[in-house]
Write a protein that binds this ligand. Structure first.
Ligand code: TNX
Length: 637
């Protein structure tokens, strides 16, 4: 009897072990909150119906089908009513406990996803990530997943002003964002270097403001004076195209938040309408002594004298005048913006506003006196409050960069904390909502390697994957009451140095996958080792099939001493599944002529007083893309 019990226990134990092993094999990013493996698998084939009774479930089913067709070459039929056949059932449950959460149950004869509208969509994304192509069959392992996000705001900001990107490229990114359960796309539509949204009342915003003659080349400090490429650059979205993006995003449970910068970052606007600046334009020109061709410090914009949309970066001095004319303009612009974007939030920028023009502007100084404001900071706050009142009256909420705290925060404003977490902490303590997007951890325009010469030109900084992953949006210094104001996180992709689609994808991925886990998972559930062991390699392999030009990350390299031989053992595990590794240990270049890695190897026999050796390697993906050459030091003996 004892023996039998022992045997049963043994079997149970090994089944349990197997389930745990499988559990770790699931490659869903972001990893779900709770996973329990079941035995058996569900096989998807062309005869498997999707049962979807509600309209939104059918919409999500259609998108699921699009993905299946593109990646696995099959398309399923959707039925309104349950069928006797084994099927995928979408149960839209109005009383489900969470808006975005879902339960996904996979059994050999039935897959059931339960949740509200967004939850069903997310359940389907998880299901897509569970599908394994084995022996020509599409298999889904038996499992029960219960899942819900840690944060309600999971965003990525795309700057389309510094460089314009087509609607198709925006859609490609939206599609990927949805797949990893992001729900906000913050669209930075206006800045000094280009205005990108058609405004019917002010056609020159795009006729003039969307185009520049030339763009600076290289890093900002590479050439003094600057060198320009001599190529016109520009573009904009018609209102119809913007609406199409909004719809496309909404189908994927993403809200598009438009940003219309004020009162700074307005050179493109003032190139089109110089009378909206802080100085009076008389007879088409500005007062003498205030004009500079290059818009240097303290100089107003003068369109007639050759100022145009600038093609160089940095903080510009042009700002709106605090006038009724400007408020009227902004209200008309925002009215058109609100009509296109149903988003509750309207982002008004508010960052990096040098006050020099207001200091020397008679118009601005008069307002300061009349309104009894202490200084130009209070004038900015006064300006933003006017805009907030207008947005609130129209049922919208104002969100701005953390500089909107300076001179007094508008009463209902939400703060996007970018200069670290300071602004976010201050706002939360004042009872304002906060989105964390610190430039220490979430600026995706920063370099991905410490040695900048190995990477494509970027703005600066160093933001490796692991650092993104390590971020936690809730500062320890906040009380539990104050923590509730931290609504979530966002990465910002500024595009001064990102002019192509490939480069956009290179800077977004794989860092966006790390951010997906930061945004979705509870802090205590995150685990970088688990993330990089199986989930990331599987997803990167898939991203390659989806034609995403992600950066191929450094492999996991482990160097440990083998006590018996006194030599070191080196293992190199790439973070792209099925990728090849070629390496050298002789200090010379690694390319595809080098040794093909086939498993852990012993380091060379050390000579007397052996100096450390350098391991060099490259990673070549299954489709043949090669990584940068990476290095690691091997200390001997
Ligand atoms: C600061 S972050 C800016 C942007 C730049 C970015 C470059 C913020 C609100 N303003 O105008 O593009 O740095 O990293």
């Amino acid at each position: 009897m004892k023996k039998i019990l022992g045997l049963v226990a043994g079997i149970l134990f090994s089944v349990h072990g197997l389930l745990i092993a499988q559990q770790q094999e699931l490659a869903i990013i972001p990893a779900p909150k709770s996973v329990n493996m079941l035995s058996g698998t569900f096989q998807i084939d062309a005869a498997t119906p999707i049962i979807a009774a509600t309209e939104s479930a059918r919409k999500s089913a259609a998108l699921f089908n699009e993905f299946l067709a593109a990646e696995h070459g099959i398309s399923l039929k959707t039925s309104l009513i349950a069928l006797p056949a084994k099927s995928i059932v979408l149960e839209e449950a109005g009383d489900f406990s969470s808006e975005e959460g879902y339960t996904l149950r996979v059994e050999p004869d039935k897959i059931t996803i339960t949740g509200k509208k967004a939850g069903l969509f997310y359940g389907l994304q998880s299901l897509l990530q569970l599908i394994q192509h084995t022996n020509g069959m599409l298999q889904v392992p038996g499992v029960v997943i219960e899942d819900a996000p840690a944060f309600g705001y999971r965003g990525i900001m795309l700057d389309v002003s510094r460089h314009f990107f087509t609607g198709d490229q925006i859609k490609k990114v939206l599609n990927l964002m949805a797949y990893f359960k992001f729900n906000r796309m913050h669209w930075h539509l206006t800045d000094d270097q280009g205005w990108r949204l058609e405004i019917k009342k002010y056609p020159k915003l795009t006729q003039v403001g969307a185009w520049r003659d030339s763009t600076i080349i290289g890093q900002y400090y590479d050439f003094k004076p600057f060198i320009y490429d001599g190529k016109p650059h520009g573009g904009f979205y018609t209102q119809e195209e913007a609406r199409e993006i909004v719809r496309y995003a909404a189908d994927r449970q993403i809200t598009v938040i438009p940003e219309i910068e004020l009162p700074g970052h307005t050179s493109a606007v003032l190139a089109a309408y110089p009378e909206l600046g802080s100085f009076e334009v008389k007879d088409g020109s500005l007062p003498t002594g205030t004009i500079a061709a290059n818009n240097e410090k303290g100089e107003p914009y003068d369109n007639d004298l050759g100022d145009a949309v600038p093609g160089y970066w940095g903080v510009h001095y042009n700002i709106y005048g605090p006038t009724e004319k400007v408020y009227g303009f902004l209200q008309e612009v925002l009215t058109e913006v609100m009509d296109i974007f149903p988003s509750e939030y309207i982002h008004i920028g508010g960052d990096e506003v040098p006050k020099d023009h207001w200091i020397t502007s008679e118009i601005a100084q008069k307002v300061i006196k009349k309104e009894k404001l202490a200084d130009e900071h209070e004038l900015q706050s006064f300006f933003i409050r006017r805009i907030e009142q207008f947005l609130n009256k129209n049922g919208r909420k104002l969100i701005g960069w953390d500089e909107i705290l300076e001179g007094g925060l508008a009463p209902n404003a939400t703060v996007m904390s970018w200069r670290g977490e300071k602004g976010g902490i201050a706002a939360a303590k004042m009872g304002h909502d906060v989105i964390m997007t610190p430039n220490s951890h979430l600026y995706f325009d920063h370099y991905q390697a410490a040695d900048k010469t190995t990477e494509p030109l970027a703005i600066g900084g160093f933001l490796p994957l692991e650092k993104v992953y390590s971020y936690s949006p809730i500062p320890d210094t906040l009380t539990s009451e104050e923590r509730k104001y931290i609504l979530g996180v966002q990465a910002n992709l500024w595009t001064e140095y990102i002019p192509t689609n490939n480069k956009m994808e290179y800077f977004l991925f794989p860092r966006a996958l790390a951010l997906a886990e930061v945004a979705w998972m509870a802090r205590e559930d995150k685990d970088y080792q688990a993330f990089t062991k199986h989930r990331l390699p599987a997803r990167l392999r898939e991203l390659e099939k989806m034609d995403v030009f992600f950066r191929i990350p450094e492999a996991k390299v482990n160097i440990s001493k083998d006590e018996a031989s006194g030599r070191h053992m080196v293992s190199i595990d790439p973070l792209v599944a099925q990728a090849k590794v070629y390496f050298t240990v002789d200090g010379h270049k690694a390319d595809q002529t080098a040794t093909l890695y086939s498993g852990p190897f012993a380091t060379p026999i050390p000579g007397p007083n052996q100096q450390p050796l350098t391991l060099r390697y490259i990673i070549v993906t299954p489709e043949g893309r090669s990584s940068n050459q990476f290095e690691a030091e091997i200390k001997l003996p």
